[in-house]
Design a protein around this ligand. Structure first.
Ligand SMILES: *Cc1c(COP(=O)(O)O)cnc(C)c1O
Length: 461
């Protein structure tokens, strides 16, 4: 026995990989969470990003800041947004049309700075991204380029239960090309009794339909479940099948670190009013991999703003695209929306980028998960069921929570007490602590109020 002990220890040691060690670390971290005000306060004091909360305008009710956990739907307004917009209003006031070429930030080149700021957030080169239009419009424009049905290869594969706008965009594109959506859309659903998709099932579905797929179009993070898909693996499988692969990153951009270029993703688009805090209905972002810049085979719907910049104002016949994502622009820049976007993009840079934000995001969301489970323990049964995956690799900051009893009543009670999450039919409460402006205290207070509501409703087994 005496000599076997170290042997078995070393066997255990050898069988523990780095991944396991990291898991153990996080298990220990989670074990150390406490559902107390003191604990939350200490975490906030230790948080290197804590001062960024002051950069945002937190809505108030009755003079008190509300608990805003809804960055998944509309990010809060940076205090600097007004300044950035005012700057362009002043240019307009003082320069009139000359503002396109004059002033400190001529509108003609205003997007250049934005490209540089956007690129690291989604893991792209500056010329691979461009702010333009709105998200659904861009989904259509991207499908004009990357949905090229031909012969047997005319189908689009997407996640079941995708955001409705994406479903409608895909449906209508398919009809536009003369196909039947019932036949041409392949949706992947979770296995029976499961709520989220398994990567292996996504990949095998792609494989299974390899000969028919023209396009794989997936959400980056599903809006309903909060599941963050393995975009790299999906891209690889889609390409092996001979299809283009694009992502709607509405819930992923500014929420999780992305590496679109390295993952070889063909295209992506996202809105900037969710995790990117760039104003309601604000400008959308688009990414196109550089390998497509010179591909003359790609269709695109063109407009003068996508024309080769040096010759744009010669106003000649015959469209010649500008190199890069800029070549997909149609209309002249909506400068005020871009100004709002810039205010927020500058904050992403000042915070040190997505990896740093994500570190806090993981802690905050794990803390939220801990609090929910603690309330379940208090109630004595699993009243709150989190359908979002547990692993930080498979989620951003959003947790989608199904309340077994009185879901809508509980949600309405939360709102009455100035806790803002959101309700998604049929039965999910989405709660998203955003690392920029949410605190551990927000999460604690949310839990405190939720527990109180459950007590009052006398929820028990
Ligand atoms: C929010 C969201 C949209 C909204 O599209 P708009 O064109 O900006 O209105 C579309 N798709 C997904 C996946 C979303 O999460």
């Amino acid at each position: 026995m005496a000599y076997r002990f170290p042997l078995s220890v070393s066997i255990i040691y050898l069988s523990i990989s780095d991944a396991h060690l990291i898991c153990i670390f996080f298990v220990l971290l989670k074990m150390s969470f406490q559902n107390t005000r003191e604990y939350a306060l200490l975490q906030d004091q230790a948080d290197p990003l804590h001062s960024f909360r002051d950069e945002f305008l937190i809505p108030k009710q009755n003079g008190k800041q509300i608990i805003y956990l809804c960055g998944n739907s509309l990010g809060l307004q940076p205090k600097s947004t007004k300044t950035y917009i005012q700057e362009q209003l002043d240019n307009w006031e003082n320069l009139g049309v000359e503002g396109w070429f004059e002033g400190e930030t001529p509108w003609m080149f205003y997007h250049k700075e934005l490209q540089k700021l956007m690129a690291p957030i989604v893991g792209a080169k500056a010329e691979e991204v461009i702010p333009m239009n709105n998200l659904t419009v861009n989904l259509h424009l991207m499908m004009v380029s990357f949905y090229r049905p031909k012969d047997k290869r005319y189908k689009i594969l997407m996640e079941g239960g995708a955001f409705p706008s994406d479903q409608y965009a895909v449906e209508s594109q398919i009809r536009f090309h003369g196909y039947d959506p019932q036949d041409a859309i392949i949706e992947i659903h979770p296995r029976k009794g499961e709520e989220t998709l398994r990567t292996e099932d996504i990949l095998s579905k792609i494989n299974e339909h390899a000969d028919e797929l023209a396009l794989v179009l997936f959400g980056g993070i599903n809006y309903y479940t909060g599941q963050y898909f393995d975009l790299e693996a999906i891209t690889k499988a889609g390409h092996e099948a001979g299809a283009y692969v694009g992502f709607d990153l509405a819930h992923a951009a500014g929420n999780v670190p992305l590496k679109l270029h390295d993952w070889n993703v063909d295209f992506a688009c996202w809105c900037t009013y969710k995790y990117m805090n760039s104003s309601p209905g604000g400008i959308s972002g688009v990414y196109i991999h550089e390998k497509h810049f010179n591909n003359k085979e790609l269709n695109r719907f063109a407009g003068w703003w996508g024309y080769e910049a040096t010759n744009r104002f010669k106003m000649t016949k015959g469209f010649v695209p500008e190199r890069g994502a800029e070549g997909w622009q149609l209309s002249c820049s909506p400068v005020l929306m871009m100004a709002a976007h810039k205010a927020s993009l500058v904050l992403f840079k000042e915070a040190g980028g997505m990896d740093i934000l994500n570190k806090k995001s993981i802690q905050l969301t794990d803390f939220l998960e801990f609090i929910i489970n603690d309330i379940n323990k208090h109630i004595g049964y699993k009243q709150f069921h989190i359908i979002t995956p547990k692993s930080a690799k498979e989620r951003g900051c959003q947790l989608s929570i199904i309340a077994k009893k009185h879901g809508k009543i509980i949600f309405d009670e939360l709102v009455k007490q100035h806790v803002i999450g959101d309700w998604r039919e049929p039965d999910v409460i989405r709660i998203s602590p955003v690392p920029f402006y949410n605190t551990f205290m927000d999460v604690f207070e949310f839990g405190h109020i939720l527990k109180d509501i459950c007590n009052r409703l006398k929820i028990s087994k």
